[in-house]
Design a protein around this ligand. Sequence first.
Ligand SMILES: Nc1nc2c(ncn2[C@@H]2O[C@H](COP(=O)(O)OP(=O)(O)OP(=O)(O)O)[C@@H](O)[C@H]2O)c(=O)[nH]1
Length: 222
Amino acid sequence: MEAPDCHYQFRIALLGDAAVGKTSLLRRYVAGAPGAPEPKPEPEPEWAPTVGVEFYSRKLQLPAGPRVKLQLWDTAGHERFRCITRSFYRNVVGVLLVFDVTNRKSFEHICDWHQEVMATQGPNKVIFLLVGHKSDLQSTRVVSAQEAEELAASLGMAFMETSAKKNCNVDLAFNTLADAIQQALEQGDIKLEEDWGGVRLIHKAQVPRSPHRKQPPGPCQC
Ligand SMILES: Nc1nc2c(ncn2[C@@H]2O[C@H](COP(=O)(O)OP(=O)(O)OP(=O)(O)O)[C@@H](O)[C@H]2O)c(=O)[nH]1
């Protein structure tokens, strides 16, 4: 659906191992949009793995000025869907690389996920954010914020911890990534291309600009 009140559309994908919480994070973010229906209290949901790729969207007013539509792609973490999900990487401008702070393997696989995207990347830059999810599970945590921060720094991206369960840092994670994409666009590191769906110009009116903001802190702020 077009969004004539938005200046740009940014395509963002969530990648990471199966069951790290990508769908839950995304649904929490979309449910938190202004005007979205109040979520009903629900019993703990059964885990239903994503099949292939599912699509969501949310509009966002960036502090830097423009209003953007985020087209959000929730990808299946399971290996058997990899040939489907891989075909989507080339057309994204932003990626949330998600691991579960209670699952070391999911953290160790982050470099593989990053490599997957880099291997299929076109001429345009992709902006990444490393996300340590399920930060509510402090007693069973096996990955520290410090080692995740070190990994993020070595891969040239920011790091943040989130919890869909406690609604902690969920908006902040998506908004930080969208902000970073906007900055890269403004600085010319990302360019609009006819044959690339990562960023689309929707509304040609003058796009507002404003000074840049500081990088957010990594650990959970809740
Ligand atoms: N404690 C806790 N559990 C969570 C959180 N987010 C998700 N979960 C649980 O983790 C399990 C997997 O969540 P999903 O969102 O389906 O995971 P996914 O990464 O989308 O899985 P795939 O679709 O298979 O790739 C479910 O049982 C969720 O209830 C969280 O913030 N805290």
